[in-house]
Design a protein around this ligand. Sequence first.
Ligand code: SF4
Length: 374
Amino acid sequence: MKIVVLMAEEAETTGRHELLDHHPDEYEAVLGPALAELGQPTYRARQISGWVHERFAAGFDEMTDLPADLRTLLAKRYSISPLEMAFQARSRDGTVKHLWRLRDGEQVESVLIPSRDRVTLCLSSQAGCALACRFCATGDFGFRRQLSAAEIVAQFRDAELVARHVFGRGIANVVYMGMGEPMANLDAVLASLSILHGGFGLGARRITVSTVGLVPGIRALAARPEPFRLAVSLHAPEHTLRETLVPVEKRYPLPDLFAALREYQEAKGRRITFEYIMIDRVNDSHELAHSLADLLQDLDGFVNLIPYNPIPGRDWRPSPPERIEGFVQVLESRGVEAAVRRPRGLDIAAACGQLRLEREGMEVEDTGDADEAP
Ligand code: SF4
C-alpha cells in the first residue's frame, strides 16, 4: 500500500518513480512491473539494489550487467536522483560543507566532519524549520517543506563520494543534526534510517537522530527494533529559560520530555547525548549546571557543551572558557560526564542554516577559502 502511494506521488512530480525512497527489500515489488514486462527474472531487483546501494550508480546506464532493453525501460520509469551541488565550502579545519539544490529549487545543507580516525556526516531532514530556536540560523527562514526519504538518503550517497575523494575514506557516522527537526518529518526520517542501515550497511549505533525534544518521535525511535542513537538539544534545564531558547518546550515541557527519554533508555539501553550550547550569561551559571545535573540524575546521559556560534542578528556571545570550565566542574562534581566540543568549520559558517543564509545574500561574509562547486 505504501509503495503504491509513493508511486502515485512521484508520478505526479516527475513521471518517474524514485528508487532512493526504498529499502532494498522493497525493490522486488517496486521494480516488478518493469521486470515482468520484459520477462526478466526477479533477481534483477537485487542486482539493481546492489548498484544503487553498494556501487553508488548514478544512473541505469552504469548497470552494465543488465540487458540493454531493461536499462532503457528502467530509465523511462524510474530515477536515482543525485542532488545538485549548489556550493561547496572547505574549512581550514577540514570540515566540508555542501549546499544542495533540490528539484524544486529548495536548498539544504550537509556537513562532512573529519576527525583523526573517522568521518561524520551531519545531514538535513527538512528544508527550513518551523521550530524557531533562538540560537539557530535555520529557524530564521522558517519552514519550507519536508524532505523525502530519497532526498535524505541522497545527501548520504552524494557526500559519501565526496568523503572518499577528499578524505580517502567513507562516512563512518551519520547524525541527523543539519537543517530541520527530524522528529517533525518522522515518516521520511524513519524510512531513511532503514535505508541507510539496511541498504548502505551503516550500523545503527553509527546513526544518531538529534531532536529538540519532540516526544512522539522519541517514542517512535524507542519502538524501532534497531538501536539508533538519540541526541537531545537541551540548552536549558529549566522550563522558563528553555521556552525562550527552544520554543517547543511549551508543547513538550521538560517533565514530559524526560519521561519519554526514560522510556527510550529502558527500551534501548543506550546512553543519551545532550547538546547544550553555552551562551555567555544566558544559560551558563553554576545554578543551571546543578539543575542540569538534577535532571540527569536517573538517566545514563552524556553532555556535550558547545560554545555558541554567533549568528547574524543576535547579540549573544559564546561563554568564555572560564565559565565553561566552571560549568563542567559542577557537572563532574555531581557525577555527570561532559565534554566541551570545539566548534568546527567556523570559517565556512558551519552552524545550522548559516551557509544557506549567506548564499541567499541575507548576510554575506567573505570566508576567504570557500570554493564554488565544479
Ligand atoms: S535548532 Fe533544529 S529544531 Fe531548532 S530551529 Fe534550528 S533546525 Fe529547527
